[in-house]
Every structure is written in structure tokens, then in C-alpha cells.
Ligand binder design. Structure first.
Ligand SMILES: NC(=O)c1ccc[n+]([C@@H]2O[C@H](COP(=O)([O-])OP(=O)(O)OC[C@H]3O[C@@H](n4cnc5c(N)ncnc54)[C@H](O)[C@@H]3O)[C@@H](O)[C@H]2O)c1
Length: 382
């Protein structure tokens, strides 16, 4: 009886020891704190011909067709860039599939790439190239704007949301193990460093695109430590941007409010951990008509890759039926990232004009135009 009263379980003993042991804390890097410093600032330089070189990964399936539309429109709009096309088809090196080094070197050299869809074999073959690119270039933030397209009616009008998702950790850290048979543990890893980086980028992005509100979406009521760290970091970073209003909202509340009426989100940039961002960004795309119209940017410390969110559409590949709008809008995000705002606005206005008129639109939007005919209409509207 006496013995049992003084018994301390091994788990509790371990916890006690851990509490008294000196804690190891990793040296955390602070992102861009010096005045004027920017996270993920575009570092590319114009060449002697006055043009930036941009890596172009045309991709699979409809990729080359929609990439051609981008090239034609850019050439007509005199955008000061030249394309460096690279092939990312995986090669077998020492028994492992990997992306050709030349393509990695091209993105590293140019700091920016535009990417068409890449087909991923299901259940066999090479690893997801999208994931490989994300890891290779540490693309820490995924930016997903969703703007209603005039002429393409959905149950929601005037949607104009911007969502920034942490892209490297959280629930997608890939740390899972079997504790005992029938019990699996998955670790949601959150670091202050990654939170700070994506949050700072969100404030910076808000500033760059003229939105004066940033809202962190979280579930710190339940995940008090992990989402708690994201939230406390958000409050700290917000102090450095006093001209931008900051608040926070619980994820479930955000979902409910967005599907009820998305327009109050039109003046905000939403920023959130990985899994929430993955789900909420597709939900936002649904508000404007699906993934086929939504652009995205994957922002890294050094390099950034802009891509359409849809896949390679093998069912219509090679038929000239593909809609290049999502890749075009992704390229507009790229131009904005590169500071080429005038060209970005000019092309974007032309795209929205053609879509709004609804005369020369592709089959997926209910029209009859071929990919090239739509691109020609955009060129005429420039
Ligand atoms: N970011 C990426 O690279 C990416 C994203 C999703 C899927 N994929 C890959 O793409 C392949 C096909 O995937 P899926 O069939 O699930 O999705 P998908 O997006 O390729 O196609 C879904 C449907 O949407 C249509 N569609 C898609 N984009 C279109 C466009 N621009 N214009 C007109 N119609 C369009 C297709 O014809 C199809 O009917 C798979 O190998 C998948 O792994 C790649």
C-alpha cells in the first residue's frame, strides 16, 4: 500500500526528467527583419537585351498547347522576358528517378519559372514531380487568388479572395509511425521559423497588392501548442506592419462564412498552416467555378514557380480545346512578382474582357473556341 502510494509511472518519471532537463532549442533564423528587407524578393536581373529570362516547364498533356498561348500573348504584348524551355521528365540516375539537373539549374539561375501541368503516375513509377520541385526549391508559400470571372456564372458573384498556405510542414511533414499494431501516430510539425516566413510573406503580399487586412486562420482552441505557435507568431509579425489590420479566425468559422457570403473576404489576405490551406484554397476555387480557372504561385526563398492548379487533361490533350486561362493568370502573378505590373495589368484586362464578352471562349466555359482562337481574341483585346 505504502509502496503503491509512492509509485511513479515510467511515463511520469520520463516527463519529470524532461521537464528538468535543459531544453535543446534549434537556432532559428529570423526572416527579413531589417527595414526594407523582403521575404522571397525577386532577384532576377535583365540581360543585355533588356529582357528577363524565365524558365518554362511546358508540362504534359495540354501543357504545350496552353504554354503556346502564353508565349503568343506575351510576344504580342511585348513583355520583356524570354523563355528558357526545360524538360523535367524524370531520368533514372543510380536506380533513382530524379529531375534533370539542367532544369534545376535553369530555375536556380533565373529565380523564376512558369509551369504547366505534370502528370503523376498513380501507384507506380516516379515520385510526384510537383512535390519534388516544391522540395528542391523550398517553395514555402502557396498563393491562391480566386476572382470571379465575368461571363462565367457560379452561385457566387464578386468573389475576390486571396489565400496563402504554408507549404512545407504542419500535417504534411510526412512524420508518421506505428506505435503498436492498430495505433498510428502522425506528427504535425510546426516551427516558428516556417510560421514567421509565411506570415511575413503574407503581410508583404498584402502590402504589394494593396490589401490592408491580413487574417490568420487557425484552430488554436484545440491545437493549443502547434496552431498556438502559428497564432502567437502572427501577432508578433503583425506588429511590424502597423498599417495593416490583423485579426484571426477559427477555421470552421471561416468555412461557414465563406460559403455563406465570400465578399467580406475581398479586402483580406488569409494566411494559414498547410492542411487548412490545401482544403480552403480548393474550396475558394469552387466559389468561382473550379480549379480550371485558378492560378497559383509557389514562393520560395530564392526561386518561385507559378503554375495552373488543374492537371494535364489527357482526355482533351492535342485537340486544341484546352483553356489556357489558368496558366495565363498564373503568369500574371509571376509578372507581378517580378515587378512588371504594367504588363500584368494590360494582359489581365484583356483576358477578363474576352471572358466577359463570352464570344470567344473554350468548351469548358460553354463556348466553341479553340485554344488558339481564344489566344488571338486576347491579343486583339490588348
Ligand atoms: N499541378 C499539376 O501539375 C497537376 C494537378 C492536378 C493533376 N495533375 C495530373 O494531371 C493528370 C490528370 O489529372 P485529372 O484528370 O485528375 O485532372 P485534370 O485537371 O487534368 O482534368 C480534370 C477535367 O478537367 C478538364 N480540364 C482540366 N484543365 C483544363 C483546361 N485547362 N481546359 C479545359 N479543360 C480542362 C479535363 O479535360 C478533365 O475533364 C494526372 O496525371 C494528375 O496527376 C497535375
Amino acid at each position: 500500500m505504502l509502496a503503491s502510494r509512492s509509485f511513479v509511472s515510467p511515463a511520469r518519471q520520463f516527463l519529470r526528467q524532461a521537464q528538468h532537463a535543459p531544453r535543446w532549442t534549434p537556432a532559428l533564423r529570423t526572416y527579413a527583419t531589417a527595414a526594407g528587407d523582403k521575404v522571397a524578393k525577386f532577384k532576377g536581373q535583365k540581360g543585355n537585351d533588356g529582357k528577363y529570362t524565365v524558365t518554362l516547364i511546358e508540362g504534359d498533356g495540354i501543357g504545350p498547347e496552353i504554354a503556346q498561348s502564353v508565349k503568343d500573348i506575351y510576344s504580342a504584348a511585348n513583355v520583356p522576358i524570354k523563355w528558357e524551355s526545360v524538360d523535367v521528365t524524370p531520368r533514372l540516375v543510380d536506380g533513382k528517378t530524379s529531375i534533370p539537373q539542367e532544369s534545376i539549374d535553369s530555375v536556380t539561375r533565373n529565380y523564376v519559372a512558369l509551369k504547366g501541368p505534370l502528370a503523376t503516375p498513380v501507384g507506380k513509377g516516379h515520385v510526384s514531380l510537383n512535390l519534388t520541385l516544391r522540395r528542391t526549391f523550398n517553395l514555402f508559400a502557396n498563393v491562391r487568388p480566386c476572382k470571379s470571372i465575368a461571363g462565367y456564372k457560379t452561385p457566387y458573384d464578386n468573389v475576390n479572395t486571396v489565400l496563402i498556405r504554408e507549404n512545407t510542414e504542419g500535417e504534411y511533414s510526412g512524420i508518421e509511425h506505428v506505435v503498436v499494431d492498430g495505433v498510428v501516430q502522425s506528427i504535425k510539425l510546426i516551427t516558428r521559423e516556417a510560421c514567421e516566413r509565411v506570415l511575413r510573406y503574407a503581410f508583404q503580399y498584402a502590402q504589394d497588392v494593396g490589401r490592408n487586412k491580413v487574417r490568420a486562420v487557425h484552430k488554436a482552441t484545440i491545437m493549443k501548442m502547434s496552431d498556438g505557435l502559428f497564432l502567437s507568431t502572427a501577432h508578433r509579425v503583425a506588429k511590424e506592419y502597423p498599417h495593416i489590420e490583423f485579426d484571426a479566425e477559427l477555421l470552421d468559422n471561416t468555412c461557414l462564412k465563406m460559403v455563406t457570403d465570400p465578399t467580406p473576404y475581398n479586402d483580406k489576405v488569409l494566411v494559414m498552416p498547410n492542411l487548412y490551406g490545401d482544403i480552403l484554397s480548393d474550396m475558394s476555387a469552387g466559389l468561382i467555378g473550379g480549379l480550371g480557372l485558378t492560378p497559383s504561385g509557389n514562393i520560395g526563398d530564392e526561386c518561385s514557380i507559378f503554375e495552373a492548379v488543374h492537371g494535364s487533361a489527357p482526355d482533351i490533350a492535342g485537340k486544341g480545346l484546352a483553356n489556357p486561362t489558368a496558366l495565363l493568370l498564373s503568369s500574371i502573378m509571376m509578372l507581378t512578382h517580378m515587378g512588371l505590373h504594367e504588363h500584368a495589368n494590360k494582359i489581365q484586362n484583356a483576358i477578363f474582357k474576352v471572358l466577359g464578352e463570352g464570344k470567344t471562349i473554350t468548351g469548358d466555359l460553354g463556348g466553341k473556341a479553340k485554344t488558339a482562337e481564344y489566344a488571338d481574341a486576347v491579343i486583339k483585346a490588348l
